[in-house]
Design a protein around this ligand. Sequence first.
Ligand SMILES: C[S@@+](CC[C@H](N)C(=O)[O-])C[C@H]1O[C@@H](n2cnc3c(N)ncnc32)[C@H](O)[C@@H]1O
Length: 213
Amino acid sequence: MLDIASGRGTSALTIATEYDVSMVGVDLSAANVALSNGAAQAAGLSGRVGFRLRDAEKLSVSDGSVDAVVCECALCTFPDKPAAAAEFARVLRPGGRVGITDVTVDPDRLPPELTTLGAWVACVADARPAAEYANILTMAGLRVSVIEHHDATIGRMIDQIEARLQFLRLTSRARLEANGVDVERAGPVLGAVRTAVADGVHGYALLVADKPA
Ligand SMILES: C[S@@+](CC[C@H](N)C(=O)[O-])C[C@H]1O[C@@H](n2cnc3c(N)ncnc32)[C@H](O)[C@@H]1O
């Protein structure tokens, strides 16, 4: 099973703990790959869970070599979403399945403050409506079987990010500022996202699609 844009490895490690599967996680961040491999080792799962540095739009993974793909909260950040979806389809075996979860948007109602680079980093600037994610998967040759809306999830994610920001303010402000990171810039973006969620502009969706056998 392949976790594309595996971040710090949380989903891959959770799946490998719940199910007897071999997992490969790929991410564009070398730091995340190193952290994830450390976490797999610490969890005693490094025999069947590993993480590699890869670009989701150009995976060096053989055609038809995986049973399932997951991509959580990351398709919205990829500049070329059709290229990434084509890679999902290419690496899946016929009959294989992909599950994605992602931030959704009503693009006609996106406020200007959520189209900035900061908003892109916060995963919302290039989010798409659930129907558009479904279309991207369909155009890649996959058959979409499930579209579920889980809009309350994004509110909980904002709570978690705000808690982490507060932790960083208290523990690492000087180090971050020395590296040119202004933790205070995230606050207004998160506030705007919270308002957009309350107004129904942003939501969160889960989609499942199959590669025809
Ligand atoms: C919001 S995080 C999601 C991480 C993880 N899937 C999760 O749910 O916790 C987005 C991740 O996508 C990764 N990423 C962004 N663009 C990528 C790309 N083109 N290829 C692979 N990973 C990418 C980032 O490094 C980051 O770890």
